[in-house]
Design a protein around this ligand. Structure first.
Ligand SMILES: NC(=O)c1ccc[n+]([C@@H]2O[C@H](COP(=O)([O-])OP(=O)(O)OC[C@H]3O[C@@H](n4cnc5c(N)ncnc54)[C@H](O)[C@@H]3O)[C@@H](O)[C@H]2O)c1
Length: 335
């Protein structure tokens, strides 16, 4: 079994989960973490015996990691990913892959040029509830999937949210770019098909920043299964639910580990998901498999680009008032 030297770029909220996962994975040796905030890098590195850096370029030059994970603000994803690819590192980029699909395309071109794996942290693929729902769609046990209703209502402008998330120039957008990427990913992944058209209406009523705080999206997929995505980041009741409606019943996904099966006769009943692997651990196993085998990771750079392209289409639709066609990425997004 090969082992791989790993390093983390950015020592913020999500980096903590990657650090823990990399520390626990027997195929990775966690070497270092870099953050411009030296205190943050030091505090995150210490429990794992990793080396803290303030400059990720210096970290990569000195440590020569095989794999880096980029957990930076969105406006820095492209430059960090391309630079690391040019140093010969495989790159796992946190979602959303970059500010827009054009940036994603540049990252993918660098990955191809440098012969490294580019993967994107669409980790909801590894949610036990999502995996079981996908199996049930594919089995046909509930008949034909006819529509998806995805609702994520969650206060977005909370004081703990880092300021860059609310600054469009650094985040590439608000709740639609950030949480909407999860929604688009879930729709594409569950239907096994790309989002092809989006009609969207957004609002900008947040208490701080200049990003949108809600988005209602009507989405078409290549499979023909339509979806409605309702994202709302104001002072509303929190909801995180994806309903899948079939000709013979329905499913409801509630986050990572809750799945219900329903019908007109019986209402909803919980589905026992049994023991299931932790999603970040499963994501890293997939990344390492891609590095080892050369076969595509579940969420490749091309897949990440397709998600970004659908989000771009939502913004264009809001601006123009018209349904928008999603810039196609190509047939290989589910490779
Ligand atoms: N998979 C998920 O469910 C999930 C959850 C949360 C966040 N994310 C994604 O993870 C990424 C990071 O989000 P976060 O919540 O951890 O943000 P964060 O602001 O907590 O962390 C970003 C870190 O990057 C550091 N940084 C900024 N510029 C830098 C530079 N030039 N060099 C080195 N470090 C620098 C900041 O100091 C900060 O510590 C985003 O892409 C976000 O959308 C994904």
């Amino acid at each position: 079994m090969n082992t791989y030297k790993a390093a983390v770029i950015g020592a913020g909220i999500i980096a903590k989960v990657h650090m823990k996962t990399l520390h626990e994975n027997e195929q990775t040796s966690l070497a270092a973490v870099a953050d411009i905030d030296a205190e943050r890098a030091g505090a995150l590195a210490a429990p794992y015996g990793a080396t803290p850096y303030v400059d990720y370029r210096r970290m990569v030059r000195e440590e020569r990691p095989d794999i880096v994970v980029v957990t930076l603000p969105h406006f820095l994803h492209k430059e960090a990913a391309i630079w690391c690819a040019e140093q010969g590192c495989h790159v796992l980029l946190e979602k959303p892959m970059a500010m827009d699909a054009a940036e994603c395309a540049d990252i993918n071109a660098a990955g191809d040029r440098c012969g490294v794996v580019i993967a994107v942290g669409h980790m909801q693929h590894y949610f036990p509830a999502v995996m079981r729902a996908k199996q049930m769609i594919e089995s046909g046990s509930l008949g034909r999937l006819v529509m998806i209703n995805d609702r994520r209502h969650h206060f977005y402008f909370n004081a703990e949210r880092p300021a860059w998330f609310l600054d469009r120039a650094r985040s590439g957008g608000g709740i639609v770019r950030n949480l909407g990427s999860h929604s688009i990913d879930k729709i594409q992944w569950l239907t096994g098909s790309a989002v092809t058209k989006v009609k969207a209406h957004l609002t900008h009523c947040g208490e701080r920043g200049d990003v949108e705080g809600s988005g209602l999206l009507y989405v078409q997929t290549a499979s023909g299964v339509p979806a409605v995505v309702s994202l709302c980041g104001y002072h509303n009741v929190s909801v995180n639910e994806t309903e899948l409606l079939f000709t013979g019943g329905q499913l409801k996904i509630g986050g990572a580990r809750a799945l219900w099966i329903g019908s007109d006769a019986a209402g909803y009943e919980p589905v026992d998901l049994g023991e299931a692997p932790e999603p970040f651990a499963a994501q890293w196993r997939d990344m390492l498999h891609a590095v080892e085998s050369g076969s595509g990771p579940v969420a490749s750079g091309a897949y990440g680009q397709s998600v970004a392209a659908a989000v771009d289409a939502a913004y264009r639709s809001h601006e123009t008032g018209a349904e928008q066609t999603v810039e196609p990425v190509g047939p290989g997004i589910f490779a």
